[in-house]
Each structure stands twice: as structure tokens, then as C-alpha cells.
Design a protein around this ligand. Sequence first.
Ligand code: HEC
Length: 402
Amino acid sequence: MFLWGSLSFGADFNKDIRPLLEANCISCHGATKQASGVRLDSAAAFQQAGPAAVLDVVESGAMPPNGPKLDAANLKAWVSADAPWPAGVVLGTNSKKKDDLALAEEIAKRIQLSGKFEAYKKTIPGTTISYEMAAIPGGEFSMGTAGRKDEEPVRRVRVQPFWMMAHEVTWDEYRLFMFSKQAGEVLGADGAIDAISRPTRPYVEMSFGMGITSFPAISMTQHAANKYAEWLSAKTGEFYRLPTEAEWEYACKAGTSGEPANLAEVAWFGDNANGKYQKVASKKANPFGLFDMLGNVMEWTLDQYGPYPAAAGVVDSPWVQATKPYPHAVRGGSWNDPPEGCRCSARVPSDASWKQQDPQLPKSIWYLTDAQWLGFRLVRPVKVPSAAEMYKYWNNGVEREY
Ligand code: HEC
């Protein structure tokens, strides 16, 4: 009877206690503020405040001041089980996730200067998951297509050297970002990682049954892709961001003047993909060693979508920064597209209709549940930018308006 009781009514720190304290107490009793000298954000501090005293103020409704009156049942069960607090865990509040310039500066400090400019493989620290980077030499190319409305005027564009992920970011990689536990992360161990905002739990299974292992991640907002880049930079000490439209098209063309002779050799698209995405890198790579630039899933770029401006001479490293949430430029076509959509110069504007239309569900800044053909890959420019520039790449500034 006793044993049964303690099992049934025991409360789990991570599931029950931590959310209660973080949502209701830590803003006044944590790192930034210590009302009445009381801290409740670590095991030692909690013991010092006194578990019984904490339970008392919650049960009586004295804390938080001015309500709400909290249900103290879980706290009571946990305190009577001697308040087991997992080693090293330090509580924070959501307001710590500021995505501000200070955070970019913190991450910038750990960014290494670029090493040898060649292809390499990277394992995400603390995990067994890896990805490959292709070295893309800088150069000039003709961006756009004459005679196509959205792709004119054709301009000469120069891009600087960068590495690019050889394949689209897979679920194996992206889920480490969605679920910090899978990445072996412990709150309190790395302040910068803790401060980066992360996707909320999705309402639906995000692969939509199309497969996880080695399949491309899909249906994320551009904001989510940007935050992934920030997170990966903090994890690896290498600076990552989304490619600009120009970089993306340059990498896709890979020194060729146009489109592949045989699309089916290099791309999963409407005619051969069986109505779903396919494992990354299962078709032939382009001359730069990049897989699935065309087809499989469309890919986010950094740029706001708009008409190309006319330009005399060579345009260096163009990037159209966003001033509104829609549209952003998306590239490469997908498993859902006819050959016409799977061209290196083809552009697609992102659209509000890509967001779950179900009025029951709150709109999320993380998921575009109706864009099951949209993913991304990242680049790593050889020239490491300043922290202020990193901040601009990682924060499009319009994510809250989605
Ligand atoms: C808005 C700020 C604020 C929040 C939120 C808050 N507290 Fe407090 N807390 C205070 C202040 C101010 C005091 C100082 C004493 C008082 O007003 O009673 C205090 C005092 C305490 C004390 C010491 C009580 C004593 O005997 O002096 C404890 C324990 C405590 N809080 C626990 C909590 C817990 C647990 C939560 C969350 C459920 C919480 N507090 C939320 C502001 C806050």
C-alpha cells in the first residue's frame, strides 16, 4: 500500500516541478532577481530557502504574490520525497531566451577562424549525428533567366567562397534541435545554448509518415531554420547561416550554364518521387558535390522575395534583407513539383497559406504544417562575419508577425 502510494503520487522534477517553478517563481527568485534574498533556481539554493517553507507559501497561496493560486499537490509529493533535484540543473525563465545581440556576441566568441578550404565531415558535438560540407569556390555567374518574368533581368553576380551542406538538413540533425534531450543537453551546462530559442513541441507528427532517418526535415519556418543555424554555430564553433538567393543559385549551377541534361539522375521530383520526399543524397551530386539542390525538398534562402533590380556591372554578394514576414525566396523545387519547378533559377515566394489553416491550432512561429515539401541547408562563409552581422543573419526581425 505504501509503495503503491509513493509510486503513484510521486512527482517528476522535469515534468511537474521545473515547469511550475520556472513559470511562477524564478523571475523573482533566480539569477536576475532575488526577492527577500530567496533563490529557487538550483538544488543548493532550494535547500537553503527550505523545501517546507516553499511548500508552505505555495499551499497558502502567498506565492506568487497576487496569484495565481497554484495546485500544490505535485510540489507536496516531491518535497515529501526529499525534493530530488537532478545534478547540475539550474532553472531559468523563458525571458532568458532573448535572441539578442548579447547572445550573438557570446556565440561569436567561440567561432573559430576557417581552417583548410576543402570538403569535410562534421559530427555534432555530444551526438553521433554528422553532416558533410562541400567547399564552394567564390566566383561570378549569371543569375536569373532571360525571358522569365520573375527571373529577369539577368545580372552578373559575384559570390565569396563558402562551404555548403552537401545535403539538406535531415530529421536526424533537426530533431537534436527540436528535442534538447536527444542532443544530450543539460540545462545550466551551456548558457548560450540555453538562451537560444527552440521549437515548441509540434501538435502533429512532423514527418507526416514520410520517414525520419536520413530523410530531410520539413515544414519549418524561416525563423526556425535561422535558429537552427544559430544553435549549430554555438554547438560547433563554426559560423552557419542560410544561403542568400545568389549563393544558392550559384551553388546549384555549379559552374554550368544551366540545368542538368537528365533531371531524373540528380533529382526527386513529381515524376519519380512517389508522392513523398526521399532519403537525402540518393541521387547524383552536382559538380560542386551537392546533392538534391533540385527536387526532394525546396530550400529556404535568406532573401526577401522581390523583383530583381536592374544592375550594370557585377553585383557583389547581394542579399535582400526582410522587412516583412512574406514572401521569402524558396528554391530548388521538390518531390511535389513538375520539372519546370526544378530549375536552378526558379524562384518561389513563401506564403501565409503554408501555415496550418486549422483555427483550432495557434499559429506557430516554428512550423509551416502545410509546407511538407520545404526544408533547408546551411552555408558557412569562409570570411567569418562580425557578431552584429551574425545577429542579422540569425534574426530576420519579422518572425513574430508570421
Ligand atoms: C513577482 C515576484 C515574485 C514571484 C513571482 C514569487 N515571489 Fe516569492 N517572494 C517575493 C517577495 C517580494 C518576497 C518577500 C516576502 C513577501 O512579500 O512575503 C517573497 C518571498 C518568498 C519566500 C520567503 C517567504 C518568507 O517567509 O519570507 C519564499 C519561500 C518564496 N517567496 C517562494 C516563492 C515561490 C515558491 C514562488 C513561485 C510559486 C514565488 N515565491 C514567486 C516575490 C515573488
